[in-house]
Every structure is written in structure tokens, then in C-alpha cells.
Design a protein around this ligand. Sequence first.
Ligand code: ASP
Length: 331
Amino acid sequence: MKRKILIINTGGTLSSVMKDSGLAPGLTTIDMQKELHIVSGDTDLEIEDFCSLDSANIFPEDWQSLARRIAEVKNDYDGVVVIHGTDTLAYTSSMLSFMLRNITIPVVITGSQLSIKNPVADAMENCRCAIHMAASGIPGVFVAFNRKVMLGCRASKVRSLSFDAFESVNYPNVATISSLGMSIDEKAVPQRNGVFHLSDSYSSEVCMIKMFPGMHRSLLESLADQGYKGIYLEAYGIGGMPFVKHDFTGTVEKLINQGITVVVGTQCPYEGSKMDVYETGRRALEIGVLQAHDMTGEAALTKLMWILGMTDNPAEIRDYYSINIAGEVTI
Ligand code: ASP
């Protein structure tokens, strides 16, 4: 029997057209159906429009609605493909990995660097890969791009122009396409470890800050005044922060004592934090920061939003943050 796949279109370059105001999403699924059917292989394809946005305009409430829509249709399809702008795609795929944890079907997010109507675009190839993965019967949230399939919570956009825009960070690709066809590395697919239930709450009182030499501590202090409940701080190297001339560690301690959760990660794209090595990291660990380890920034941030949407209890936050939920972290 043919696999039934639903394509949900949210916009992005893949569906873009040149307008007087610049390149912007404009094609609907009706406009794209011919191209999508060409790459649908042996599947039974249905397509629907969810929104038509450049992904800079996608916000957490869209992640929630998308998760709800996917949960609603999951028993009617063998797989779902989401067409999405590439700029914030990895944030969406990370959050969907948490909200849809233990999903029973493949959910594959894709996009492209050129519009599907452009004859030299990567769009059809990316959709072909996404549809093929969605028909694989392997459950989970994935990103398909440039003949690679990555775990949704490990993908990151690392190139702004090239077709090879995404990489799986600190984690192997789940599948690659070559002259041998699609080869899936089943060991790289996290096992489902419970029954699926939609877990779509999140906190929008979370912020992400990149530390830089000369940053004022007052910036961190002002976040508490603005009501933020969680901060993801991209610190230096394996997770160090200053304490000599400007005592950032002391400022972070004050925030933690006010009930704010502070997660520390690294600005380095690869290999993650290891805060127990240097004094600059150990001091931060001692005052109670959580560590991002080898998570991508996108996963570290959305995991914090997701957990703070479920609980305010510091012990529960620490426990949840310290476990591997969807394959996002190696602990
Ligand atoms: N600005 C576009 C977006 O993220 C870029 C893309 O889709 O490649 O929606």
C-alpha cells in the first residue's frame, strides 16, 4: 500500500516569489503541487498551507500550533513533511523534537536556498529527500537538507548561501543519499521511550545572550527586571565566564538566587561545554548554573523554553534539563 504523506507549508525561500518589496513567500501549495508531485515517489501526497511566512517571522506560538496540527493528524498519515524557511528552521525543528517527543511517525522539516520555481534550485531535491524520509516508517523529528537527514534537535544552519546550509552538530547524520540510494543509520535514531502525548507548553520569558569582552553586567541584571525566567548564556570556550575585573559569576549568582534559571553553553559551534576544567567554568557551576554540554544553541534555548513552560520548580528544572529528552545532548 502507498504511504500517505502530508506536506505542511509554512513559507520560506522554497515558496518565495520576487515582490516589489523583495524576495518573500508567496506560493501556495496549489502553486507548488506540480513540483511536489514530481518528487513524491511512490507516496500518496496531500498538501496543506499552514502559513506563508519568512521564517524570521515564525514565533514560539507558531511552533505550538504546528505541533498541535501534527499531533492532530498523526494517525491519518504515515509521515509529515514541513516546508519551512531555513533561517529559523533549526529552532523550529528543535522545539518540535521536544513538543512531539515519542511521536509515532516521521516528521521531516525541510526548506531550500532557492525558490521551487527556480530551475536550478535545491528545493525539489530537498523535498524529495524529506518525502522519502517521511515514508521510511522511522519515527522522530528530522531535518532533510542537501541529501542529508539530521536529527531535528541536532541540526543547525551553518552556511547562509550554500546549498549545504545545515549540519548535524556533535552527532552523526541519520541518513545520507548517495549513488547507493538513501542509507539510514538506525543507531543514530533515538529509541522512543514512552507513549506519545503532545507536550506543547513553553515559556516565552527566556532569552539567549552571547557573552563578549566588554559586556556590562547590568545587561544581565536588567533581564531580571524585565521578568525573564530563564537565560541561555553563550559563554567562551568550554564554558568560562569572567570573575576578576567584572564579576559576572557574582551577577549570575544573584539571578539564580532570584529564581532565574541560567544555562551556560559555548560560542564554539562544535564539541560543546565542559565547565569543570577551568576556574572560570567551575566557579559558575558552583553557583548553580546548568550546562548545555554538546547541545546546539537552538536546542539549548528551546529546551529551556519547553521546560520552563512545564514547571517553575528549580529541582524539576534541573532534573529535566540534565537528561537527554530527544537525542539533543550527550551526557
Ligand atoms: N529568509 C528565508 C527564511 O528563513 C531564508 C530561507 O528560507 O532560506 O524564510
